[in-house]
Design a protein around this ligand. Structure first.
Ligand SMILES: [Zn+2]
Ligand SMILES: [Zn+2]
Length: 156
């Protein structure tokens, strides 16, 4: 991983039942326009990738995890409904990275958008400004398949 990193960020769901602390996270966030992220988040799914070892979670008893596909699951607070993250369930659901919803962070200072994916599914009625990568679903999936270990930080 060679991305610029931020250290020590906290976050919480809407009701505060779930709190997180990320020891380290990249300074880059991603926006996904796929139909699942859209339904889950209400618009584009905006996430930042936090390594399993770097995320501490409090209030796990409030978390419900929904298996949204054969290869990923999405977690939310069962008390307030706030979306928390999604994780890949293959190859190893236990140690998978967290694609943390950026909105749950207490402080988004220093995070910039560096990639949009499934841009071909983005509704015409809104767009993110800025000069960054914009990949179609096909381009993104080709990138995933080109990676021998599956999905890693550097792919996303
Ligand atoms: Zn909550
Ligand atoms: Zn998506």
């Amino acid at each position: 991983m060679n991305a610029e990193m931020i250290t020590g960020r906290s976050g919480q769901c809407l009701c505060g039942g779930v709190r997180i602390h990320a020891a380290s996270l990249p300074a880059h966030m991603h926006a996904c326009h796929c139909s699942m992220c859209r339904r889950n988040s209400g618009s584009a799914g905006m996430t930042v990738v936090v390594a399993h070892a770097d995320l501490r979670i409090e209030g796990a008893e409030h978390i419900t995890t929904y298996p949204s596909s054969d290869w990923a699951a999405r977690s939310f607070c069962a008390r307030c409904g706030a979306g928390l993250w999604y994780r890949l369930t293959v190859p190893d659901a236990e140690t998978a990275d967290y694609f943390l919803s950026v909105g749950i962070l207490d402080d988004l200072t220093g995070l910039s958008l560096n990639q949009e994916i499934y841009i071909d599914q983005k509704p015409a009625g809104y767009a993110f400004a800025g000069d960054h990568d914009r990949l179609t679903g096909d381009e993104f999936e080709a990138l995933l398949q080109a990676s021998p270990e599956g999905v890693s930080h550097d792919d996303l």
